[in-house]
Design a protein around this ligand. Structure first.
Ligand code: MG
Ligand code: ZN
Length: 232
């Protein structure tokens, strides 16, 4: 049997809203909106756009940015229980995020997810304005200029050994969802999956996901017991 392995998005999935948008609204001059519109119109890649947006903010504000997010960011209901569930069941959990290290790690800190299980973009505060770095940018197979290349990360895990489960909410999760064996989707990703006939389970809280995974495991265990009894 293939082992389940979970790839979970961060912004808008683990957190209720998008942290980059919330930082820009609070700290960036209004030029950021033009950049955002250009990303949405696909005139700019995510990587270019996010890089440009952070260049609008002085590096000296690092602590203000983090403090603001630590105060305001809401974690989606059931996330702590979900992390416990994966540990209890021995399911590998990876966070794959287009967010930035300086806020992703601190916001995830209470949940005790090993750092090597968190993929996100990096940051450099040594210049006048904030520079974003891209340790997981696309390889030659991906022409998307993702920033943090989620399909590239999924591809590193052998599909014959793992049943890949993707949890996400937006366009940046779509290419990963196409490769997944199972998708949990909300918001834009849910709409897009429907449009493209990619089967996706809707969710609002992480309780919904735990419930679904538990049911599936019970069904599997039952069918396995039946098969064993029949062959006896
Ligand atoms: Mg997201
Ligand atoms: Zn990519």
């Amino acid at each position: 049997m293939k082992k389940p392995i979970i790839f979970c998005d961060f912004d808008g999935t683990i957190t209720n809203s998008d942290n980059i948008v919330s930082l820009m609204k609070r700290f960036a001059p209004k030029e950021w909106e033009q950049i955002k519109d250009n990303i949405l119109a696909q005139n700019l890649s995510i990587r270019e756009g996010v890089g440009q947006m952070f260049h609008l903010i002085p590096s000296s504000r690092k602590n203000d940015l983090l403090d603001y997010l630590l105060e305001t960011t809401e974690i989606r209901q059931g996330f702590a229980e979900f992390v416990h569930y994966t540990k209890r069941e021995g399911i590998k959990l990876y966070v794959v995020s287009g967010g930035i290290d300086f806020f992703v790690y601190p916001l995830l800190n209470p949940f005790e997810i090993p750092e090597e299980n968190i993929f996100c973009n990096g940051s450099d505060f040594t210049n006048e304005t904030i520079t974003i770095t891209w340790p997981y940018s696309c390889d030659d197979d991906c022409t998307n200029d993702c920033g943090c290349c989620k399909p590239g990360i999924l591809k590193q895990f052998d599909g014959d050994s793992y049943r890949k489960i993707v949890i996400g909410d937006s366009i940046t999760d779509l290419e990963a969802a196409k490769q997944a064996d199972q998708v949990f989707a909300r918001d834009y990703l849910a709409k897009k999956c429907k449009e493209l006939s990619i089967p996706a389970v809707p969710f609002e809280s992480f309780h919904d996901i735990v419930q679904k995974l538990t049911e599936e495991k019970e069904e599997y265990d039952e069918s396995r017991t039946e098969t064993l009894e029949r062959t006896r």
